[in-house]
Design a binder for this molecule. Sequence first.
Ligand code: AHR
Length: 503
Amino acid sequence: MAARNARMVVDKDFRIGKVDDRIYGSFIEHLGRAIYRGIYEPDHPEADEQGFRKDVLELVRRLRVPIVRYPGGNFVSGYNWEDGVGPREKRPRRLELAWKSIETNEIGLNEFVDWARKANSQVMLAVNLGTRGVDEARNLVEYCNHPAGTYWSDLRRSHGYEQPHNIKVWCLGNEMDGPWQIGHKTAQEYGRLAAETARVMKMVDPTIELVVCGSSGTGMRTFPEWEATVLEHTYELVDYISLHTYYGNPENDTANFLAKTMDMDRFIRTVVATCDYVKAKKHSKKTIYLSHDEWNVWFHSHEGDRKVKPWQVAPPLLEDIYTMEDALTVGAMIITLLKHADRVKIACLAQLVNVIAPIMTEKGGKAWAQTICYPFMHASLYGRGFVLQPVVNCPVYDTKDFTDVPVVESVAVANEETGALTIFAVNRDLADVVLLECDVRSFEGYRVVEHIVLEHEDIKATNTATNPFNVVPHSNGNARADGGRITATLPRLSWNVIRLQKA
Ligand code: AHR
C-alpha cells in the first residue's frame, strides 16, 4: 500500500466563524413514510400515548437536532394548514398532488410541535406560497405565536394549546423556482409575493425570522439571477435565503461523486456573492445569511419511485438505502457547510426518517441508523464552537466534472467552553491511506481523546433491518499528539473524527 501525505495547519486565532447550532437541523415532510409509519405509528409496541414511536424519538435525540423544518418540501405548496388542526374526526382526507398520495391529516401542526418538543427540537415552519399567500400566512403566524384574545389564537387555545408555540423561523414557501412546484412562479412574481407576505407576517410577530426561497440547485437555469431578483424585492424584509443540494452517483463513478462538494462550495460562494451584490446595490447595512435547508445524497430511490402506485396513504417513497460511499459524501458536505460557518446559519439534512433519511423504520418492527447517520451525528456532537480556517496541503486529482480535488477534505472546530478541539477529515483516495500531519502549536498541551473512523472494505456496504450494524464507526484510529503536532493515518475512503482535549 502506498501512503500519501497531507499537511494541515490549525491555529486558534484563524477563525472562520462560530457554528450556529442550527446547521445540525433536519427536515420532516408529509411525504412517504416520514410521518405516518415513521415518527408516528400508533399501533407499534414502542408507541407513546400520542402514537409517536419512542425508539425513533430516542434515535433522533441522539443526533441532537436543534431544529426541524416542516411540513414541506413540495408538499407545503398545496397544503391547507387548517386541515391538520382541531378535532381529528373532522379533518379531511385530501389528494396530495406533490407526491401523488392521500393525506389523512391525522398529524398536523400541533401534533408535530408536540413531537418536536419530545425530540428536543424547535420547529422551522414553511408557509404555502404555491396555492395560497399573504392571508393564510398571517393567520398561521397568529395561530402559532399570538398569546390569546383573537380569532386565530383563541382557535389554537380551543384546540388544547393554551400557550403559543412561539415558532421563530419561517420559510416563505418552498423551491418556488422549480417548474415541478405547485404554483411555481417567476422570480419577479415570487419576489413580490414573498415581500408582501414577509411584511405582513412580521406585522403579526416582529420577532420572527424569515427564509426566502433561493434556487433549488446550481443546475437551475435561473440560478443565480433568481437570487438577485428575489432579494431585490425582499432584502430588507427577510433574514436568510435558502439553498438546496442533492447529489447522486447514478454513473457509479466514486471519485467524481466524492468530489461533488466542490459544486456545493461554489453554490454557497455564489449565493454569498449575490447577497452581497444586492447589499451593495441597495447601500444596505444588513447582511443576509444562508439557510441550506435541504441537503443530502438522493438518487437510489428514483427508479423505484416511478413504479409506486399513486393515491396511497404513506407509500414507500424516496427510501434511499445508503452506502458507505454516501456517508463519505455526506461527511464532505458537512465539512463544506462548516467551512462557511460565517454565512451559513441554518442547514437541514433532508430528511430525517424513512424519506432520504439517516433513520429507517420497519412497520411494526425495528428502527435503525443508516450509514449517513454517523458523520451527521459526529458533527452534531463534536462540531460545535468556532470553525478554524484549515490550511491543507495534500495531493489533488481530476474527475469527469472537477479538477484539483483535494484528496483530504478537512476542517477543525474549537469549543472554548469545553476546551475541545475536533478535526473532521474525509480521505477521498480510492486506494491509499493518507498520513495526516497537523500543526496544532496554538493548542499547547492537547492530547488525543479519541480517533473515530468510519470505513468499510466494501464501499457499497449498507445497514439494513437484518444487518443494522454492518457499517458502524470504531474508535481504533491511530491519531497521536506530540509537541504541538498530530499525526494520524486516514484509511482509504474513510470519515475521521480526531477529538482532542487539553491534557
Ligand atoms: O426532500 C425531498 C424534496 O426535495 C422536497 O420536497 C423538495 O423541496 C425537494 O425538491
